[in-house]
Write a protein that binds this ligand. Sequence first.
Ligand code: SAH
Length: 360
Amino acid sequence: MQNLLDLDRPALVDWFAARGEKPFRAQQVLKWIHQQGVDDFDAMTNLAKPLRAALNVGACIRGPAVAADQRSADGTRKWLFQLEDGNRIESVYIPEADRATLCISSQVGCALNCSFCSTARQGFNRNLSTAEIIGQLWMANRLLAADGEPPVSNVVFMGMGEPLLNFDQVLRAVHLMQDDFAYALSKRRVTLSTAGVVPGLERLARETDISLALSLHAPDDALRDELVPLNKKYRIAQVLQACKNYVGEGRRRVTIEYVMLAGVNDSDRQAHALAALLRQIPAKVNLIPFNPFPDTRYRRSDARRIDRFRDILYGAGIVTITRRTRGDDIDAACGQLAGDFKDRTRRRARIAIEVRGGAA
Ligand code: SAH
């Protein structure tokens, strides 16, 4: 049984061609699924009856199930989605005056083990399929429509997982987000955030032009090695060069994400070092006040420190904004997504030993 949420337009055209159907069928069906939110072939009234019957036998349209639906006092909404294998992932809807952003997950858990992120604590299970990635958007729009809330206008890959380590599935989902017969989101409205997987960045530059965010978090390699262990493999200079190549001629700026950790990466000296580092690339900075989670050793920088850090960057000519914390009352803020899944890396067990004071 083929879940049609797994297929982008070229794949759906092929799927229909194998059944003797013309390419425009793919366009019709994509519109029903992604624009109308339909999951019932019998509702697809512009398809001939025999085709609908064939679809009922060989295909399905199945998104993730809603395991929990929480609303924050500030309007943010978090869904816990249950996948067919029982794993659970989270997506966050963030409505604003001029847009409605959906923050989606690309993996069940995350293997990168960034020291300040709660998803990392949960360990890693597996990559999401295209259907599971686009299914978060598809379900969100269906649920929002049912409640009379505005549909998603922007998507950010800033939920659980490292999207560039699940490249093929993520890219196929991006194709659907941008397809005029599906979500028709412009390149400005789809942002991929990465911890800096250099080969993935190089491939991304060849295959798409969506917006890019880099989780930098430190102005020097020694500190970044500690915060983002992936840095031991891909150094800051190499990662920034890959970002620079990505935004290239005619593309926009890279968003640099920088989590504000009290006494760790928030000094004046570090702000100046960051400004110097970013002089060579078209960047804007997003300062993210750290969002705490149980057992973390980090604290959020206070508001005055964050303002001071911002002013130094600003003074160096770098556009800098402080990301407003949204949805923290329902653990939906950056770095708080945990989902519910089986950790295959045994990281949770290892951390439990460390916390009890045993050997790492
Ligand atoms: N793996 C990708 C996608 C995750 S994006 C990446 O690293 O970019 C999630 C964003 O939230 C990243 O910028 C991440 O560094 C940040 N983040 C993680 N934990 C956080 C926390 N506890 N408080 C604030 N931001 C956090």
